[in-house]
Write a protein that binds this ligand. Structure first.
Ligand SMILES: Nc1ncnc2c1ncn2[C@@H]1O[C@H](COP(=O)(O)OP(=O)(O)OP(=O)(O)O)[C@@H](O)[C@H]1O
Length: 477
């Protein structure tokens, strides 16, 4: 076997035992000291320039402190530092939000960049299997940027060339544990770049009040609650259809009532109509007077859905060739058809004829209704296909607490759970119904990445107040 190896290589063979693979002794190239020094010096200079570029404020402060001590001695430095601390404390007292944006969050970003992400990056990438070894060299994904806001760290990553984002999606649990977070979500920013979100504090831990009723009538999006980074969650109702799925007691009602609240001024102005289908009679019935049309029995529900289809067709025949979208007016108001527990009508309905009529009407509305201003918002507990075969016709979907992990992708689409939509892990406490209620992951038509949100809770008293305020005006039933 040795004789077959070409020329000089034979002298580099370290192991020649027949039961082991062949190892070659690495070739040693003697590098002149000056080259070695030049390489290390250039690396140091590059690192220095990079640090100053990335952290200009911290570097300027350090340089200024060093210059003070050098030129004026440490006593002057202590007095200046004392003055600076006093100035910062006054800034904090006077304007907490600007202090947070200009001082606290950049400082936190710097600390977390250095202490958490840079320090642990190589180890975690290797353990999570996201690095590669090629020809004896290790390659790791690049940590590009870290930004911290009040609630989460956002880490921008440059993937290895040719790496699949799904590889990251399946490693989210390991990444979250590694960097000391509860969860990690992965979002593709552009080819080759990912954004990892590691929440630090849960903006959605507490029960949220319902969002105020808007002062002016509009139909485009309603404020339903907060997103996990503390921003207002705008739920589109016009120009889409919304499916809301969640186990019993998960808080589906809070999304339905958020839509009703947000559209009340528009209904009062005649620019919108709320049509309620309430086969369970336990949810919408409480604010029945707020609905311009209301149905409870399966027969009434089928008739109301067919009426919506009729309006839709009539508008389509008028709009055809004249306009391509709907602008709400008092002649053609936006119609939101709200169906609570739609499975009562589509799956558990014993009357087959009614079931067929309901399914036909729902399919027609969800495929053709949005361009003419008729939208469907349907809530259900069980998202399986045999219960709701047309779930894919809803462009926007909200998944609250679900019983099984497999149900997440059924509602939000393939891969949603791997990208961080952990609906099956939303907390639930039978002794306190508010725990985790209203918390959901949302998948919007224009953004397939799931967003974690919580709806404000519209209590029964609040519904009563809405009825008093909006029915007393004489505009509704
Ligand atoms: N957004 C919310 N924030 C806090 N608590 C909430 C929220 N929504 C609902 N809850 C609590 O959860 C309970 C159940 O809510 P809700 O009836 O809306 O659930 P559901 O999903 O519609 O259940 P079901 O399908 O059984 O009707 C409420 O009585 C309330 O105590």
């Amino acid at each position: 076997m040795l004789r077959k190896l070409p020329g000089d290589e034979v002298q580099n063979v370290v192991s020649t035992r027949p039961d082991t693979s062949i190892h070659y002794r690495p070739v040693v190239v003697r590098t002149p000291g000056i080259v070695f020094l030049a390489v290390h010096l250039s690396r140091m200079v590059a690192a220095l320039v990079k640090t100053v570029w990335r952290h200009p404020v911290a570097c300027t402060l350090l340089a200024a402190a060093g210059a003070l001590v050098y030129f004026f001695g440490w006593r002057v430095w202590v007095s200046v530092a004392g003055l600076e601390i006093a100035a910062l404390a006054s800034w904090f007292a006077l304007s907490r939000s600007s202090f947070e944006a200009c001082v606290a969050l950049p400082a936190l970003t710097w600390c977390r960049w250095m202490w958490v992400y840079r320090r642990k990056w190589a180890g975690i990438m290797a353990v999570a299997g996201l690095g590669r070894s090629l020809g004896g060299r290790s390659y790791l994904p690049d940590l590009v940027k870290v930004t911290c806001d009040r609630y989460a760290d956002r880490v921008t990553v440059r993937m290895l060339s040719g790496q699949d984002p799904d590889e990251w999606a399946v490693s989210t649990a390991g990444l979250a544990h590694g960097f000391g977070a509860d969860r990690c979500r992965v979002k593709v920013l552009k080819p080759g770049r990912l954004l990892l979100t590691f929440p630090r504090k849960d903006a959605l831990a507490k029960v949220l009040p319902p969002q105020p009723i808007p002062d002016r009538p509009h139909v485009h999006a309603v404020f339903a609650g907060l997103t996990e980074d503390g921003r207002l969650f705008r739920m589109r109702v016009h120009g889409t259809h919304l499916l809301i799925a969640g186990a019993t007691g998960s808080g589906k009602g809070s999304y339905l009532w958020a839509a009703v609240r947000g559209l009340l001024p528009a209904t009062q102005a005649g620019l919108a109509e709320l049509w309620g289908l309430d086969p369970k009679r336990m949810e919408l019935a409480y604010g029945r007077a707020l609905f311009q049309r209301y149905a409870a029995t399966a027969e009434e529900c089928a008739v109301l859905l067919e009426k919506a289809v009729e309006v839709m067709h009539e508008r389509a025949s008028r709009y055809g060739g004249v306009r391509r979208d709907h602008d709400p007016t008092t002649q053609d108001p936006f119609i939101l058809v709200i169906v609570d527990e739609v499975a009562f009508l589509t799956a558990y309905q014993p009357d087959k004829g009614l079931k067929v009529r309901v399914m036909a009407a729902l399919s027609t509305l969800t495929t053709q209704g949005r361009a003419v201003g008729v939208a469907v918002m349907a809530a259900l507990q069980d998202p399986r296909k045999d219960v709701m075969s047309i779930r894919n016709l809803f462009p926007d979907r909200i998944a609250l607490r679900l019983d099984e992990a497999e149900q997440v992708d059924m509602v939000l689409g393939d891969g949603a759970r791997d990208r961080g939509a952990l609906c099956d892990q939303i907390p639930f406490d039978p002794d306190d119904p508010s725990v985790g209620a209203g918390v959901a992951y949302v998948r919007l038509e224009n953004s397939p990445e799931p967003i974690r949100v919580r709806a404000g809770y519209t209590s029964n008293d609040e519904i009563k107040r809405m009825v008093m305020q909006y029915t007393a005006a004489g505009e509704v039933a």
